[in-house]
Design a protein around this ligand. Structure first.
Ligand code: HPA
Length: 251
């Protein structure tokens, strides 16, 4: 079979606890600019197991942009302009489903958007006609399968299902809000999954979420949620995220 001339790099958007990719041998870094503004961080281009990868830190490097202030349009557009057609969004989340406790890696299959006031479409001004993209399945099933197969190969336990609730933040939720999300059918909760997923879809890119649970969601335990506990779960679980990511990129 003929090989395609263009090898599209895989884009990785790192969230809380993942401001760089240890396995990435960086060959080039640059400040991208788009008609939507500047992305959160420089783009870092490199290779993992011979496969080109582009990395972007969602909250900036160092981590300074809160979830509701991230320029999601610039981030996705910059990756698209650099040739990316498949994006892995790494997200720290709170766990609602009993299987999804701290340090659990989750590859969700659905989402519900509770965010508001964010720039969440590229189709806004100067339109010739309105565009309603299909968003029935927000995550790319082939990309999900690649991550799940990689996890299996390296014996990394993961949950391969789940409804991601995207909340506005930056505060965490009340216990009643989490109870409502649970009644809505949500299994995990984070602040950055939207509009990232839909903007990728508008650009025709494959998007998949690789989530790390960093705390039980509010009211799921007796304790209040502390940053120290979140950091401990990141320390414990981010290695799993990195290994799944690296194993999935192997050609
Ligand atoms: N809620 C929302 N976002 C989060 C949480 C949470 O409990 N933990 C990490 N990101």
């Amino acid at each position: 079979m003929m090989k395609p001339d263009v090898v599209h790099p895989v884009g990785v958007i790192g969230g809380t606890g993942l401001t760089s990719l240890s396995g990435l041998e960086i060959t080039r870094q640059w400040e991208a600019s788009t008609s939507w503004g500047e992305p959160s961080s420089m783009l870092s281009e490199g290779v993992i197991s011979g496969q080109p990868v582009l990395f972007l830190a969602r909250h900036g490097d160092p981590h300074r942009i809160p979830p509701h202030r991230v320029n999601y349009r610039a981030n996705l557009q910059a990756l698209y302009d650099a040739g990316v057609r498949t994006v892995v969004g790494v997200n720290a989340v709170g766990g609602i489903h009993p299987e999804m406790g701290p340090a659990r890696v989750v590859i969700p299959d659905q989402l519900i958007d509770y965010t508001w006031g964010r720039a969440s479409t590229f189709f806004e001004d100067d339109l010739e006609h309105t565009t309603h993209i299909d968003f029935t399945y927000p995550y790319s099933e082939p990309a999900r399968q690649i991550l799940l197969d990689a996890a299996k190969r390296i014996s990394q336990p993961v949950s391969g299902f789940g409804v991601y609730a995207a909340t506005q933040g930056p505060r965490l939720e009340t216990a009643a809000e989490i109870a409502r999300l649970e009644r809505d059918g949500c299994d995990l909760v984070g602040m950055t999954g939207m509009p990232e997923a839909v903007l990728a879809a508008e650009l025709g890119m494959n998007y998949v979420c690789l989530a790390l649970v960093v705390n039980w969601a509010a009211g799921k335990t007796e304790q209040v949620i502390t940053m120290a506990d979140i950091e401990a779960a990141i320390d414990q679980g981010m290695a799993g995220v990195r290994t799944v990511l690296e194993a999935s990129i192997e050609p």
